[in-house]
Design a protein around this ligand. Structure first.
Ligand code: ZN
Length: 233
């Protein structure tokens, strides 16, 4: 069983202090309902008893799926500081390897046994779960997003320097649905042909290019490529 923590939080709306339960780690193999809670965005939410505001509790949530070999670590650092966040998490895993080698060998070399990812916030965490549930490779998805960026509405945002999330949602009728959440304006949806994914997945050279873009990466996101390479058009 995954046990929730009990902690006092302060309502961001009315400053009322109250105790609430939230998770800082979930094992969805043992407790599959927590995966549903994440997917329908009800995990780690609280309602302020005074003003009834719905609050998101930003915990450093670890999402562990033993069947699908997923080890997804949430962080609330600024995404711009991804180099530091990724390096810090690599160090954490190294320290696990040393501490647990004898006591709990399963925790040694996690990165060799599981897909380890560092995600910034619950939207990115939820997206990873959706991608892996759809049996897709997140490196190819993120690479495809980068390739789709010259598309006009997104290019305008990138050129204005607007930060955004571009999130995979679902596959339907041979199309992959995405939602774009710009920092400064309303979200909008767009779709890419599933065939575009297959073209990369089935071409050894193209696939290698996508994998090389995220070589040894825990932070696998189109924003990494944007920050590393800039917009290339
Ligand atoms: Zn409140």
């Amino acid at each position: 069983m995954t046990m929730p923590s009990l902690e006092q939080i302060t309502c961001s709306e009315c400053k009322h202090k109250f105790e609430t339960r939230f998770y800082d780690s979930v094992n969805v193999t043992q407790d599959p309902s927590l995966k549903d809670d994440l997917l329908n965005r009800s995990l780690n939410k609280a309602f302020c008893p005074q003003c009834k505001a719905e609050l998101t509790i930003p915990s450093a949530l670890l999402y562990h799926d033993m069947d699908n070999k997923l080890w997804l670590q949430t962080t609330w650092e600024e995404e711009q500081k991804w180099v530091e966040a990724e390096t810090a998490y690599k160090d954490v895993l190294k320290s696990y390897a040393t501490e647990y080698r004898r006591l709990a060998p399963a925790f040694a070399s996690i990165e060799k046994k599981m897909k380890v990812r560092v995600v910034f916030g619950y939207d990115q965490l939820r997206e990873k779960v959706l991608i892996f549930e759809a049996k897709l490779d997140d490196r190819i998805i993120e690479f495809l997003k980068f390739a789709s960026l010259p598309w006009d509405p997104i290019r305008k945002l990138v050129n204005k320097g607007v930060a955004m999330e571009i999130l995979f949602e679902r596959i339907e009728d041979g199309k992959m649905g995405f939602v774009c959440l710009p920092d400064d304006s309303d979200p909008f949806c767009f779709a890419l042909e599933r065939e575009l994914y297959n073209n990369i997945a089935n071409d050894a050279g193209a696939k290698q290019e996508a994998f090389d873009a995220f070589k040894d990466a825990f932070y696998v996101n189109v924003n990494r490529l944007l920050m590393q390479w800039g917009a290339q058009w």
